[in-house]
Design a protein. Sequence first.
Length: 115
Amino acid sequence: MSEHAPGSPPDPHAEPDHVVPVGTYVMVFLALMVGTGVTVAASYVDLGVWNTPVAMLIAVTKASLVVFFFMHLKYSPRLYWIWLGAAIFFVAHLFLGTGLDYLGHIYMSLGNPGT
């Protein structure tokens, strides 16, 4: 919303707020419900080593829908996209570093992780 003093006319050059149609919210909600059903169904299937990657893929997909539509990132300035990219970059490095440390302990005989 554009801020202006009470009684003064609004700035004609200000960008209007983006209004998302209700149908978009309904479709995203239905997609999240389908995603929840897929999550529950996947929990009953033994995929071996693929259990975690499949669960993470479903979770990232559902989180992306929430961030893009309910948190309005899709309609936000590009600076917010840069902040999202930076957050994903650092979380990816956190997981990568932790995973490599864990694998290093197992496969290079550096000791038991967690002791």
